[in-house]
Design a protein. Structure first.
Ligand code: NAD
Ligand code: WQD
Length: 341
């Protein structure tokens, strides 16, 4: 049997990275993970090992450290790279724009430098539906133009995609996956998201409220032009996000062309409102949730969900989990963090 390729995963101790490493190991890939651990913890790396029963190399490296990256590439022959390492908070990016451009754009540039020097050509990039802003039509497909970014975070993802398009013309092969709203946790309850401080994102806020860490969830606005007045999003189980990376690696491996930049929406194609999600959480977990309706959150897009046709057709990917399962797994992980049964 042909030996599976060696994949470098940057930010592999983070939320989506860790779930992807599980999928890669289960698919038989050799995996090397690097992470600065600035926004994660070693217990996630241990969780990956417990779930898979497989070994992989882990190095505490900051992607901005060009000399450490060079040594890493010198010591390993990677076949492909999945680049998760970045900061991801919209609010924080508004307060600290330079920090976001430095880390999100800078880490990609350092990585690309090493890839060019050591002739590693396949890259999967973590992009975001935020590149679309409020699209003119939904479900949004990949041909929709980028709108003016709502935040430095969004702008950093747009910039990274522009850089990658240019790099594709000089021989880097890129699949840019535009994630919609990843939620949930591994069904084992051994890995999940570790939000820092007060969560901005809806589902960690929901589970923390249910666990009593927060007193009440505020639903930001019920006067939007949507069926129940709350915003509409495309929530997708993190394991389904993770599995798409394995399809994307395979897709690049099988390509004949030497120069490729392809963007793929990574969403379910189903629009779900914030209030629907709240009701589904109560129904799926049997836990009551204290919530109120509050004012709109500045910068929020009214409704966005994916047209996932391209990723389904080209990569042969299909989501496995529904919203109820995603919320159950998110709740299971939240309880694990607090030692609740
Ligand atoms: P996360 O914060 O859980 O994981 C990111 C990991 O990267 C962390 O473990 C952090 O320590 C590490 N990291 C950050 N900067 C680094 C650097 N310079 N060098 C090495 N390691 C570094 O975030 P996540 O939710 O897993 O997101 C992963 C990627 O997906 C990010 O690029 C993010 O922008 C993108 N994304 C996330 C979402 C989402 O809702 N979670 C949606 C769209 C896109
Ligand atoms: C979802 C909905 C809120 C919290 C962000 C980034 C995007 C991507 C995913 C990285 C919105 C509402 C939230 C709360 C609420 N990340 N909400 N009460 O805004 O769709 O996208 O995360 O790339 O770039 O912008 O996700 O989870 O913050 O919000 O009512 O306490 O939940 O108003 O309508 P969003 P979110």
């Amino acid at each position: 049997m042909k030996k599976k390729n060696h994949v470098l995963v940057t930010g592999g101790a983070g939320y989506i990275g860790a779930h992807t490493v599980v999928e890669l190991l289960n698919a038989g890939y050799e995996v090397t993970v690097i992470d600065s651990l600035e926004r994660s913890e070693l217990r996630i790396v241990e969780g990956i090992k417990s779930i898979t029963g497989k070994e992989f190399s882990f190095h505490k490296i900051d992607c901005l450290d060009a000399s450490a990256m060079k040594s890493l590439f010198e010591a390993n022959q990677f076949d492909s790279v999945i680049h998760f390492a970045a900061y991801k908070s919209v609010n924080e990016s508004v307060e600290k724009p330079l920090m976001y451009y430095q880390n999100n754009v800078g880490s990609l540039m350092t990585l690309l430098e090493a890839m060019k020097q050591y002739r590693v050509r396949d890259l999967i990039f973590s992009s975001s539906c935020t590149v679309y802003g409020q699209p003119d039509y939904i479900p949004v497909d990949e041909s929709a133009p980028f709108k003016k970014a709502e935040s430095p975070y969004g702008a950093s993802k747009q910039l990274c995609e522009h850089i990658l398009e240019d790099m594709a013309t000089v021989g880097i092969r890129v699949a840019s996956l535009r994630y919609f709203n990843p939620i949930g946790a591994h069904p084992s309850g051994l890995i999940g998201e570790l939000p820092i401080g007060v969560p901005n994102n809806l589902v960690p806020y929901v589970t923390q409220t249910a666990a009593g860490v927060r007193a009440q969830l505020t639903v930001f606005g019920n006067d939007y032009d949507t069926p129940d007045g709350s915003c509409v999003r495309d929530f997708i189980h993190v394991c389904d996000v993770a599995s798409a990376h394995v399809n994307a690696i395979q897709y690049l491996e099988d390509l004949k062309a030497g120069k490729v930049f392809e963007a793929f929406n990574l969403g379910t194609g189903k629009g779900v409102s914030v209030l629907e999600l709240v009701q589904k959480f109560i129904e799926a977990t049997g836990v009551n949730l204290n919530y109120k309706i509050g004012p709109r959150r500045p910068g929020d897009v009214e409704k966005v969900y994916a047209n996932p046709e391209k990723i389904v057709k080209s990569l042969g990917w299909n989501p496995q989990y529904d919203l109820g399962q995603s919320l159950k797994h998110a709740w299971q992980w939240e309880k694990k963090i607090h030692g609740l049964s």
